[in-house]
Design a protein around this ligand. Sequence first.
Ligand SMILES: NC(=O)c1ccc[n+]([C@@H]2O[C@H](COP(=O)([O-])OP(=O)(O)OC[C@H]3O[C@@H](n4cnc5c(N)ncnc54)[C@H](O)[C@@H]3O)[C@@H](O)[C@H]2O)c1
Length: 388
Amino acid sequence: MSFKILTLNNISVAGLRRLPRDSYEVASEIGHPDAILVRSADMHEMKIPSSVKAVARAGAGVNNIPIDALAQRGIPVFNAPGANANAVKELVLASLWLGARNICQAWQYVRELEGDDDAVTRAVEAGKKKYAGFELPGRTLGVVGLGAIGVEVANAALALGMRVVGFDPAMTVERAWQMSSGVEKAASLDHLFAEADFVTVHVPLLDATRALVNAERLRLMKKNAIVLNFARGGIVDEEAVIEALDAGRLAAYVCDFPNNYNRLHPKVTALPHLGASTGEAEDNCAIMVAENMREYLENGNIRHSVNFPEAVMPRGEGGRLAIANLNVPNMVGQISTRLAEAGLNIIDLLNKSRGPVAYTLVDVEGRVPENIVESIAGIEGVLKLRLL
Ligand SMILES: NC(=O)c1ccc[n+]([C@@H]2O[C@H](COP(=O)([O-])OP(=O)(O)OC[C@H]3O[C@@H](n4cnc5c(N)ncnc54)[C@H](O)[C@@H]3O)[C@@H](O)[C@H]2O)c1
């Protein structure tokens, strides 16, 4: 088997190395691509060739990709959830100290000193008490959202000696396995705010999470608490935060989303969206999507797709049919009937659905003749079929 991969952006070499040269041709201009690798290029207006079987986004967000339209064509879109979690976690940890020790404000104070060294030394000694801070062990960190990033932050904060309270009504089993048993479950979001010295949010921006950090919840917090936002700007009601900072209730707001309203406030440290900005995160994203795309192209298995179900069946002997179909009754029945009519024995079968689409893997003893493949491809509701 050999595959042609079209890249729409520069993709990290670490990821491309996962596609062996003897079976993968990768280029930014290529005819009849089997798959597309993309980072930020907008694909909404792009004419996606009929040869394309998969789209892989080396990152987490997929709003540059028409995922529903691709699902209707039987094309899974892969992304790299969690591949940048360590990068964000490290910046959140740094930000605990930025807030607790007033590091940015103190650094700014020193930069603005004037005079000879004696004058600077005198000013340092006179000014330093304004920037006195506190230490992390024994303090409580409230983590809202225990997904890829939240769990890493929670585990690391525990290791620093903090007490960690988490809240996530839809935590996955996989994340629960990764989370240290020392993380306490908050009875509610309000309880979390009431107990925390720091609150850090790690939820997606949705209607339900917009302004999740708001005036009422800030009022529940201890005096001199700190809010960290490395998720999305809209999750925090910034007017309420600035009001709490000005009233001396909140000590600091550290975020990754500067705007003209927050960036010059003396108690705000706003970083230029640096959360996932590391070479390692970029490599991890590219490696993850390259591996998942390859597994799909070669074996039909689906891991981490945003528009198709997770579907993984170990590869055995025999041929494999990988079928993307509409999620309607009797698809599996029709497929197995066609195989039975041709005298073909099914060794293993997997059928999973997600919203309007479903995905079926069928391992068949021996070779599946071309006319049977065509007959199954012709069943109404079959979107794409591959014989692997
Ligand atoms: N600063 C950056 O550069 C940067 C980088 C990567 C991700 N992010 C942001 O961080 C967010 C989290 O990323 P992730 O990889 O951990 O995502 P994830 O999908 O692994 O985890 C999100 C978690 O939030 C939970 N959640 C959803 N709604 C909730 C609610 N109302 N209350 C509590 N929990 C809720 C989900 O159940 C899930 O466990 C992303 O959505 C993205 O916006 C920012």
